[in-house]
Each structure stands twice: as structure tokens, then as C-alpha cells.
Write a protein that binds this ligand. Structure first.
Ligand SMILES: [Zn+2]
Length: 386
């Protein structure tokens, strides 16, 4: 299994200057290669056109025509040719009907594009703790260590919104089958509390700290007082953007820690199939929901659980997880969203909304797991009672 980890970089000013030269070189080489490829194809149609030949041509002339490519490691030009090769291959594969997505013919890379990148050679990127080795440059500080174990396949340094990142792709060797601490859990996702587990564990939705809220308000006020598009306005905008980015990174970290922990502990994870698009129609919920990142949680739980040898069972979106009493199974259809706690009219159990839903999701996941496919011919629904 291949996984990528994107990590913020903290380059020194010298290193940043090198990065800028490297993305410029990568862009130039890619565009040179694409132009040369097009010319080849126009002049000799019907012949195969390999990127490797172009690379040889380029290497033959680079010393005399483009001596500045020597300012950066040769990995940069090699990476650009490799990118061009895969862009062309992807285009022709999709044209021949392979792959799901339609892919356009490679375009020239523009300086104005939001994302500028260059590649590092895979055999030289052994990270050490928070440090990334970059050929011809030395060690560059990473905001966190590489979280994935395995063989590093490639690394791309990129600039996005004024910040530098490295995205490292690792071929992960599956761990030996794991014995899980616990067999099964139901997970109820929510807005106020991000996840409530059927064993009672709760993960709060990380919100702004009080001090951060004050900081955010100060930054927004500053921005609104300044003249739009002025230097001072741009600076305030930059500060605000930085603030939001910091919060986003903290959230991302929080989600990863949560999903790793759940996936490591339980062999089977029951999860609701939340129809996020439908929920988003409710404008008031929309903002916090988008924030809560339910989709990300599901993706992470699915791949991490598969990774540890467990599995995720997605419970049908019409399953009334909140309305059933988890003690006796009685359905309380009139339950409102505002009712956080309710007493079952049938068995007198007092149900707390979220833990009750989580227990129902666990029970439903178990039922789906045990359902033998041989018993139910397609089209037949197995319903209890009636
Ligand atoms: Zn009951």
C-alpha cells in the first residue's frame, strides 16, 4: 500500500532561495521537454516518442545552453522529465480507455500557478527525525517527523500559499496481523462532540481556545480597518491566513491521532453513512459540519483499519441510530435533535443521545457482519418482526 505524508517545511532564507531556484528549474525543464516532445511528434509522426531520448538531448546541451541548471541538484531536472513522462503516459492511458478519469494533454507550467513543485530523488531521502536531506543543500527542518514506515518511493517539495511543504510517498509493508484489544465498536459522529464511541470514549471537536478567539478577532478587526489591497492590508491578510493555517494543521493532527487510536484498538468499527451533502443543506449546521470533517474521518478509519487487519462496516444512512433505545430496541420516532437525553417509554432506560446512538451503530454493524449472504437472496430484505 502506498501512502503519502505532507509535512510543513521550515527552510532558512538560504534554503528558501534554493527552493525557488529549484522550482524554476523544474518548471523550465518540464516546459522544454514538452515543447521538444511536441516538435518531435510534429516532425516524425508515427514514430514512438520517449521522454528518455529527450532527456539525453537535454543533457547534451545543458552545459552550453542552460548552465544555470547546475545551480541545483540534477535530481530536479530528472524529476521534471519523470513528471513529464507520467503526464504523457496518463494522458495516453486515459485516451485508450484505461483508468476512470479523463485526463487532458499535459499543459505548459506557468509561473503563476498556485502550486510550484520539484522532485527529490527517492534513493536519497532518508529522513532523520525532523530533518529532510536535500541534495546540494543539506538538512531542512520539517515541522514533524515522517509518520509512515516503509520504503520511500518519492518526495516532492512544493510551495503553496507562500509556504513550503514536502510530500513523501512511502510503500508500506503490511504489519503482521494484529490482535486487537477489543472486538467491535460503534462510532457516532457529531458536531459538538466529534466522536462518541459505544464504549463511552468521547473525542471533543477541537475548537478555538479562548486566547485564540481573541487573537482571531484582533486580526479580523485589523484587516477590516485597513484600506483594501494596500501594503498594510496585505500584511494583515497574510497574518490572518497564517492563523487559519495553524488551526487547520492542529485539527489535521488531532483527527489523525483519533483515527489511528480507534483503528488500532478495535477489530471492527461500525460507522454511520452520513449523507454530508444532504446535511449541508441545513445552513446553520453547515459551517461546523464542514469543519468537523466527517468525510476525512471515514477515509482515515477505512484505510487505517484495513492496514491493521481490521475492518469498517458502514451502517445504512436510513438506520435510525438516534431514535432506537439501545436497551430494548423500541423506536422513538418523535425524538428531536435538541433532546440530548431521553427516557425510554418502554423500558424506562435513560438514554444519553450520542452514546445511545453509538451503541445502536455497534449493534447494527454486528448484525450486518453476521448476516450470512447465502440466506438472503438479492432483493429480499431481512426485517425483524412484522
Ligand atoms: Zn428501551
Amino acid at each position: 500500500m502506498m501512502r503519502s505524508h505532507k509535512i510543513r517545511l521550515n527552510p532558512t532564507p538560504d534554503q528558501e532561495a534554493y527552493f525557488r531556484r529549484a522550482v524554476g528549474t523544474a518548471r523550465f525543464v518540464y516546459n522544454w521537454g514538452l515543447a521538444a516532445w511536441k516538435q518531435c511528434k510534429a516532425e516524425h509522426p508515427g514514430e514512438p516518442h520517449g521522454v528518455m531520448t529527450l532527456k539525453k538531448d537535454f543533457n547534451a546541451i545543458k552545459a552550453s545552453q542552460f548552465p544555470w541548471v547546475y545551480d541545483v541538484a540534477k535530481d530536479v531536472a530528472e524529476g521534471a522529465f519523470a513528471n513529464l513522462g507520467s503526464a504523457l503516459a496518463n494522458y495516453y492511458n486515459s485516451k485508450n480507455g484505461h483508468g476512470r478519469k479523463k485526463i487532458g494533454f499535459p499543459k505548459f507550467k506557468s509561473k503563476k500557478h498556485m502550486r510550484q513543485t520539484f522532485r527529490l530523488n527517492n534513493d536519497r531521502i532518508a529522513t532523520r527525525g525532523n530533518w529532510l536531506p536535500v541534495p546540494r543543500l543539506g538538512w531542512v527542518n520539517m515541522a514533524e517527523p515522517l509518520r509512515l514506515d516503509g520504503k520511500i518511493m518519492n518526495a516532492v517539495v512544493m510551495q503553496e500559499g507562500g509556504k513550503w511543504y514536502v510530500s513523501i510517498t512511502v510503500e508500506m509493508t503490511p504489519p503482521p496481523p494484529k490482535t486487537f484489544d477489543k472486538p467491535i465498536v460503534g462510532v457516532d459522529l457529531g458536531i459538538k462532540i466529534l466522536a462518541v464511541l459505544s464504549d463511552g470514549t468521547q473525542y471533543a471537536n477541537p475548537t478555538l481556545l479562548r486566547s485564540e478567539l481573541g487573537h482571531l478577532m484582533r486580526l479580523s478587526r485589523r484587516l477590516s480597518r485597513r484600506k483594501k489591497a494596500s501594503q498594510r492590508w496585505k500584511k494583515a491578510m497574510q497574518q490572518l491566513r497564517k492563523f487559519h493555517q495553524r488551526i487547520a494543521w492542529r485539527r489535521r493532527d488531532y483527527l489523525h491521532k483519533m483515527t489511528t487510536r480507534i483503528a488500532q484498538t478495535y477489530a471492527v468499527i461500525g460507522l454511520e453513512d452520513l449523507h454530508v451533502a444532504g446535511l449541508l443543506k441545513n445552513r446553520r449546521l453547515a459551517m461546523s459540519l464542514a469543519d468537523a470533517a466527517f468525510g476525512k474521518i471515514r477515509i482515515q478509519l477505512e484505510y487505517k483499519s484495513a492496514w491493521f487487519g481490521g475492518r469498517v462496516i458502514v451502517v445504512n444512512r436510513y438506520f435510525p441510530s438516534s431514535q432506537l433505545c439501545s436497551h430494548c430496541g423500541e423506536k422513538h420516532a418523535s425524538l428531536k435533535l435538541s433532546e440530548r437525553e431521553w427516557t425510554c417509554g418502554n423500558c424506562d432506560a435513560v438514554n444519553e443521545r450520542d452514546p445511545n446512538a453509538a451503541r445502536n451503530i455497534e449493534a447494527e454493524a454486528l448484525r450486518q457482519l453476521n448476516q450470512s449472504p447465502v440466506v438472503a437472496p438479492s432483493g429480499t430484505r431481512l426485517v425483524d418482526g412484522t
